[in-house]
Design a binder for this molecule. Structure first.
Ligand code: C2O
Length: 545
């Protein structure tokens, strides 16, 4: 039996030691298959350096990071540095067949990139097939040496914690369990002690938890019994701090929270389980880890936190409304106030005929009714070297035919077509993209991730986007800035960004199932004037297909 481990949130503890002034951080990643036991079974999984979750990469803003990946596994591999902007350097972005050919078994590739203008928690994951289930880890970006965090009680000498999460399970939606830091917790069989992650805290100290939703297919709630969390950063951008008893995090997103260990010394569960407000089956089981006060005997039974109910749309909406950019003179929110290019993409699920499938049909997904077909060489190479016949630049700016997107369930065949169709965007133009969920087959929430950019989430609503009325309600002052955003079930989300990063940039639903079904496309952003505004030349060790 093959079991996929769905990583969701991992937790590990680290000391923020002042590092040497080293501006180059080097890592060696060996991709190897290793036996890991969970839920009473041992299974071989693909790992980096034999670890699940994989090693944490530490860097400071402004650093150059070089990660040499050697593939010892029998699977083709590529690694994506999720959220790193990769300015002019798509060669280091990582999605297989988008910016590079995969690293074949026995080969190596050095991902060589700079961290510019980002600080906080990002992460890395395999970006080919479903391998990110086990091949992922955190990427921690600290401020430059001597630069404080913008929160008075938070300084580089304070002990900090990374909090990542992991799930494990079976695709498509019947996972065995979610996990925290690769461990499902004691509510699952064979998971006492060794398969429970415990985070030891000292009374009176303040901790920074870095939370990554590395789950393949589930948006998650997360809470800690007895402790509030202060959200201070999302997707490696500082936000206006606010306090909450639970948080919502979609696959691909990261959230940093401050937690004070100031409650009665004891043991408290940290718990995570899915948010799902559409009629779609989901793994509802709760994964747990333990917040353990130092000196408290481990025989004490921990308390469970109250998590929102799995379909709590109201909690989700209220939580998302609290997310605002910090927007200070030092960390401004440079929201594009004018729009050069307006895009409107509908998200559709559907059934397509399939001769080789058991029941003659196959589930598909599309954007503007187009199911994306993966090319067989990297799109960035095709673009950079002008190789013809690999992709077309005719992805439509809006659906060819408008319809009542979120009306009664639609099963009619809208004539979904397949193609490797990309959208061309002028250098430095400002783009507004409205992502509209539809009731084709079913409404559902979709976390969309854009490579190469952060964007501002200027608006969100339920039902059909109204171009006459809705823009008046956009937040153009302090909208959250991020790289992954949830499109609400039966609703829409509007994002804006300035296309100042030339290259080929993937955009896709971060639910692995939907990506697989074709819910993806890519932008080709032109070069600007001269070499400083153009894609860099490819590195010598770029893998061949
Ligand atoms: Cu985290 Cu293209 O993905």
């Amino acid at each position: 039996m093959i079991v996929f481990y769905f990583t969701i949130v991992a937790i590990s503890v680290s000391l923020l030691l002042p590092s040497a002034e080293a501006a180059v951080k080097k890592y060696q990643f060996d991709v190897v298959v290793k036996n890991v036991s969970r839920l009473c079974h041992a299974k071989p999984i693909v790992t980096v350096n034999g670890r699940y979750p994989g090693p944490t990469v530490y860097a400071r803003e402004g650093d150059r990071v070089i990660i040499n990946v050697t593939n010892h596994a029998q699977y083709n591999m590529s690694i994506h540095w999720h959220g790193v902007k990769q300015l002019r350097n798509g060669w280091a972005d990582g999605p297989a067949y988008i910016t590079q050919c995969p690293i074949q078994s026995g080969n190596s590739y050095s991902y060589d990139f700079n961290i510019t203008g980002q600080r906080g928690t990002l992460w890395w994951h395999a970006h080919i097939l479903w391998l990110r289930a086990t091949v992922h880890g955190a990427l921690v970006i600290m401020p430059p040496l001597g630069v404080p965090y913008p929160f008075p009680w938070w300084n580089a000498d304070v002990e900090s914690i990374e909090n990542q999460g992991n799930t494990l399970g079976l695709p498509p939606n019947m996972s065995d369990a979610h996990t925290i830091n690769g461990k499902p917790g004691p509510l699952f069989p064979c998971s006492q002690d060794k398969h429970t992650y415990a985070l030891e805290v000292e009374w009176g100290k303040t901790y920074l938890l870095r939370i990554v939703n590395a789950a393949l297919n589930d948006e998650l709630f997360f809470a800690i019994a007895g402790h509030n969390m202060t959200v201070v950063e999302i997707d490696a951008v500082y936000c206006k701090p606010f306090t909450t008893d639970a948080l919502l995090i979609a696959p691909g997103q990261t959230t940093n929270v401050i937690v004070r260990a100031n409650r009665a010394p004891g043991r408290y569960f940290m718990a995570t389980r899915p948010f799902m407000d559409a009629p779609v089956p989901v793994d509802n089981k709760t994964a747990t880890a333990i917040l353990q006060y130092k000196g408290v005997p481990t025989t004490i039974l921990p308390l469970l936190p109250r998590l929102p109910t799995p379909n709590d749309t109201d909690f989700a909406g209220a939580y998302l409304d609290k997310l605002r950019s910090l927007n200070t003179p030092q960390f401004p929110a440079n929201v594009p106030l004018t729009v050069d290019r307006r895009l409107f993409y509908t998200i559709g699920l559907g059934m397509n005929p399939c001769a080789s499938c058991v029941n003659g049909t196959r589930l598909t997904a599309s954007l503007n009714n187009i199911t994306f077909v993966m090319p067989t060489i990297g799109l960035l190479q095709a673009h950079y070297f002008g190789i013809k016949g690999v992709f077309r630049l005719d992805f439509p700016d809006k659906p060819v035919t408008a319809f009542n997107y979120t009306g009664a369930p639609l099963t009619a065949n809208l004539g979904t077509s397949k193609g490797t169709r990309l959208s061309k965007v002028a250098f430095n133009s400002t783009v507004e993209l409205v992502l509209q969920d539809t009731n084709l087959l079913t409404v559902e929430s979709h976390p969309f991730h854009l490579h190469g950019y952060n964007f501002f989430v200027v608006g969100r609503g339920i039902g059909n986007f109204d171009p006459a009325k809705d823009p008046a309600k956009f937040n153009l002052v302090d909208p959250p800035e991020r790289n992954t955003v949830g499109v609400p079930t039966g609703g829409w989300t509007a994002i804006r960004f300035r296309a100042d990063n030339p290259g080929v940039w993937f955009m896709h639903c971060h639910l692995e199932l939907h990506t697989t079904w074709g819910l993806k496309m890519a932008f080709v952003v032109d070069n600007g004037d001269g070499p400083e505004q153009s894609v860099l030349p490819p590195p010598k060790d770029l893998p061949l297909c």
